[in-house]
Ligand binder design. Structure first.
Ligand code: MN3
Length: 205
Protein backbone atom coordinates (compact mmCIF):
# COMPACT_ATOMS: atom_id res chain seq x y z
CA UNK A 1 0.00 0.00 0.00
CA UNK A 2 1.49 3.31 -1.10
CA UNK A 3 0.73 6.17 1.30
CA UNK A 4 0.28 9.75 0.18
CA UNK A 5 2.38 12.34 2.01
CA UNK A 6 0.16 14.38 4.34
CA UNK A 7 0.76 18.11 4.60
CA UNK A 8 2.03 19.15 8.06
CA UNK A 9 0.80 22.73 7.55
CA UNK A 10 -2.50 24.53 6.83
CA UNK A 11 -3.78 24.96 3.28
CA UNK A 12 -3.31 28.70 3.47
CA UNK A 13 0.28 28.40 4.75
CA UNK A 14 1.98 28.93 1.40
CA UNK A 15 -0.20 31.77 0.20
CA UNK A 16 2.68 33.82 -1.18
CA UNK A 17 3.18 31.24 -3.92
CA UNK A 18 0.51 28.54 -3.65
CA UNK A 19 -2.92 29.66 -2.53
CA UNK A 20 -5.40 27.55 -0.57
CA UNK A 21 -7.47 26.54 -3.60
CA UNK A 22 -4.41 25.48 -5.60
CA UNK A 23 -3.07 23.43 -2.69
CA UNK A 24 -6.41 21.73 -2.07
CA UNK A 25 -6.80 20.70 -5.71
CA UNK A 26 -3.14 19.78 -6.09
CA UNK A 27 -2.76 17.67 -2.95
CA UNK A 28 -6.29 16.40 -2.28
CA UNK A 29 -7.35 15.80 -5.89
CA UNK A 30 -4.40 15.41 -8.28
CA UNK A 31 -1.92 13.76 -5.89
CA UNK A 32 -4.63 11.72 -4.18
CA UNK A 33 -5.80 10.38 -7.56
CA UNK A 34 -2.30 9.33 -8.59
CA UNK A 35 -2.01 7.49 -5.26
CA UNK A 36 -5.37 5.72 -5.61
CA UNK A 37 -4.60 4.73 -9.20
CA UNK A 38 -1.10 3.52 -8.31
CA UNK A 39 -2.45 1.31 -5.52
CA UNK A 40 -5.05 -0.26 -7.83
CA UNK A 41 -2.51 -0.87 -10.62
CA UNK A 42 0.19 -2.15 -8.25
CA UNK A 43 -2.27 -4.65 -6.80
CA UNK A 44 -3.05 -5.89 -10.31
CA UNK A 45 0.63 -6.20 -11.16
CA UNK A 46 1.42 -7.86 -7.82
CA UNK A 47 3.96 -5.17 -6.88
CA UNK A 48 1.99 -3.50 -4.07
CA UNK A 49 4.62 -4.35 -1.44
CA UNK A 50 7.59 -2.91 -3.33
CA UNK A 51 9.35 0.26 -2.31
CA UNK A 52 8.36 3.03 -4.76
CA UNK A 53 11.98 3.82 -5.71
CA UNK A 54 12.62 0.15 -6.38
CA UNK A 55 9.40 -0.12 -8.37
CA UNK A 56 10.04 2.95 -10.55
CA UNK A 57 13.59 1.74 -11.10
CA UNK A 58 12.49 -1.62 -12.45
CA UNK A 59 9.44 -0.83 -14.60
CA UNK A 60 10.78 -3.03 -17.42
CA UNK A 61 10.06 -6.06 -15.23
CA UNK A 62 6.32 -5.42 -15.56
CA UNK A 63 5.49 -7.39 -18.68
CA UNK A 64 1.96 -6.10 -19.32
CA UNK A 65 2.55 -2.86 -21.25
CA UNK A 66 -0.68 -1.15 -20.16
CA UNK A 67 0.13 -1.88 -16.51
CA UNK A 68 3.73 -0.74 -16.99
CA UNK A 69 2.62 2.57 -18.52
CA UNK A 70 -0.03 3.07 -15.84
CA UNK A 71 2.46 2.46 -13.04
CA UNK A 72 5.06 4.68 -14.71
CA UNK A 73 2.56 7.57 -14.88
CA UNK A 74 0.70 7.11 -11.61
CA UNK A 75 3.70 5.84 -9.66
CA UNK A 76 5.64 8.85 -10.93
CA UNK A 77 2.78 11.13 -9.95
CA UNK A 78 2.72 9.55 -6.49
CA UNK A 79 6.49 9.73 -5.92
CA UNK A 80 7.08 13.15 -7.50
CA UNK A 81 4.39 14.85 -5.42
CA UNK A 82 5.52 13.16 -2.20
CA UNK A 83 8.92 14.76 -2.79
CA UNK A 84 7.47 18.11 -3.90
CA UNK A 85 5.13 18.54 -0.92
CA UNK A 86 7.78 17.38 1.58
CA UNK A 87 10.27 20.04 0.48
CA UNK A 88 8.04 23.11 0.72
CA UNK A 89 7.01 24.84 3.92
CA UNK A 90 5.46 28.04 5.31
CA UNK A 91 8.88 28.55 6.98
CA UNK A 92 10.77 27.95 3.74
CA UNK A 93 12.85 30.24 1.60
CA UNK A 94 16.34 31.56 2.00
CA UNK A 95 19.30 29.40 1.09
CA UNK A 96 20.62 26.00 2.11
CA UNK A 97 23.29 25.75 4.79
CA UNK A 98 25.94 23.21 5.74
CA UNK A 99 27.12 20.40 3.50
CA UNK A 100 24.39 20.90 0.90
CA UNK A 101 25.30 24.58 0.54
CA UNK A 102 28.96 23.66 0.15
CA UNK A 103 28.17 21.07 -2.50
CA UNK A 104 25.93 23.49 -4.42
CA UNK A 105 28.70 26.10 -4.40
CA UNK A 106 31.29 23.55 -5.48
CA UNK A 107 29.08 22.24 -8.30
CA UNK A 108 27.41 25.36 -9.67
CA UNK A 109 29.66 28.16 -8.40
CA UNK A 110 27.02 29.77 -6.19
CA UNK A 111 23.45 29.33 -4.94
CA UNK A 112 22.39 32.05 -7.36
CA UNK A 113 23.90 30.18 -10.31
CA UNK A 114 22.17 26.95 -9.18
CA UNK A 115 18.87 28.78 -8.89
CA UNK A 116 19.22 30.27 -12.36
CA UNK A 117 20.06 26.92 -13.95
CA UNK A 118 17.26 24.90 -12.36
CA UNK A 119 14.80 27.76 -12.98
CA UNK A 120 15.76 27.77 -16.67
CA UNK A 121 15.07 24.03 -16.84
CA UNK A 122 11.71 24.48 -15.07
CA UNK A 123 10.61 27.38 -17.24
CA UNK A 124 11.92 25.72 -20.42
CA UNK A 125 10.25 22.34 -19.90
CA UNK A 126 7.77 22.20 -22.80
CA UNK A 127 4.32 21.27 -21.56
CA UNK A 128 3.81 19.42 -18.30
CA UNK A 129 6.77 18.17 -16.31
CA UNK A 130 9.33 18.68 -13.59
CA UNK A 131 12.78 20.12 -12.89
CA UNK A 132 15.11 18.11 -10.66
CA UNK A 133 18.13 18.35 -8.41
CA UNK A 134 19.52 14.84 -7.96
CA UNK A 135 22.50 13.03 -6.50
CA UNK A 136 24.49 10.68 -8.75
CA UNK A 137 25.79 7.30 -7.51
CA UNK A 138 29.19 9.04 -7.16
CA UNK A 139 27.64 11.65 -4.84
CA UNK A 140 27.65 14.51 -7.34
CA UNK A 141 24.77 16.97 -7.81
CA UNK A 142 23.08 17.06 -11.20
CA UNK A 143 20.17 19.00 -12.73
CA UNK A 144 17.60 17.71 -15.19
CA UNK A 145 14.04 18.15 -16.42
CA UNK A 146 11.46 15.56 -17.40
CA UNK A 147 8.08 15.45 -19.10
CA UNK A 148 4.76 14.21 -17.72
CA UNK A 149 5.30 12.21 -14.49
CA UNK A 150 8.68 10.80 -15.44
CA UNK A 151 11.57 11.34 -13.04
CA UNK A 152 15.29 10.46 -12.84
CA UNK A 153 14.39 7.06 -11.34
CA UNK A 154 11.80 5.98 -13.91
CA UNK A 155 14.09 7.29 -16.65
CA UNK A 156 16.77 4.89 -15.42
CA UNK A 157 19.46 7.51 -14.76
CA UNK A 158 20.54 5.88 -11.50
CA UNK A 159 20.36 9.30 -9.82
CA UNK A 160 18.35 10.01 -6.67
CA UNK A 161 16.14 13.15 -6.70
CA UNK A 162 16.40 15.40 -3.64
CA UNK A 163 14.46 18.49 -4.80
CA UNK A 164 11.94 19.18 -7.53
CA UNK A 165 9.78 21.88 -9.05
CA UNK A 166 6.38 20.85 -10.41
CA UNK A 167 5.63 22.84 -13.57
CA UNK A 168 2.37 21.18 -14.51
CA UNK A 169 -0.21 23.95 -14.93
CA UNK A 170 -2.27 22.49 -12.05
CA UNK A 171 0.60 23.52 -9.74
CA UNK A 172 0.24 27.24 -10.44
CA UNK A 173 -2.47 28.13 -12.94
CA UNK A 174 -5.12 29.41 -10.49
CA UNK A 175 -2.69 32.08 -9.23
CA UNK A 176 -0.29 32.64 -12.10
CA UNK A 177 -2.18 31.59 -15.26
CA UNK A 178 0.43 31.62 -18.06
CA UNK A 179 3.18 33.19 -15.92
CA UNK A 180 5.26 30.10 -15.19
CA UNK A 181 8.50 32.10 -14.74
CA UNK A 182 6.89 34.15 -11.94
CA UNK A 183 5.68 30.97 -10.19
CA UNK A 184 9.17 29.46 -10.40
CA UNK A 185 10.70 32.66 -9.02
CA UNK A 186 8.22 32.79 -6.12
CA UNK A 187 8.63 29.05 -5.49
CA UNK A 188 12.09 29.68 -4.03
CA UNK A 189 10.34 31.59 -1.23
CA UNK A 190 8.75 28.37 0.10
CA UNK A 191 11.51 25.78 -0.38
CA UNK A 192 12.37 23.94 2.83
CA UNK A 193 16.16 23.66 2.44
CA UNK A 194 16.48 21.69 5.70
CA UNK A 195 14.26 18.99 4.17
CA UNK A 196 16.33 19.05 0.96
CA UNK A 197 19.51 18.75 3.06
CA UNK A 198 18.03 15.65 4.75
CA UNK A 199 17.30 14.16 1.33
CA UNK A 200 20.88 14.96 0.29
CA UNK A 201 22.31 13.14 3.32
CA UNK A 202 20.03 10.14 2.73
CA UNK A 203 21.01 9.98 -0.96
CA UNK A 204 24.71 9.84 -0.09
CA UNK A 205 24.29 6.68 1.99
MN1 MN3 B 1 1.48 18.33 -9.69
Amino acid sequence: MFKQYQLPFAYDGLAGCINEETLQFHHDKHHATYTTNLNALAEKAGVQDMDIVELLGSLDKIEDLALRTGIRNNGGGFYNHNLYFATISPNGGGEPTGELAEKINETFGSFQAFKEQISALAVGQFGSGWAWLSVTPEGELVLSASANQDNPISLGTGNMPIFTIDVWEHAYYLMYQNLRPKYVEDFFGIVDWDAVAENYKAALK
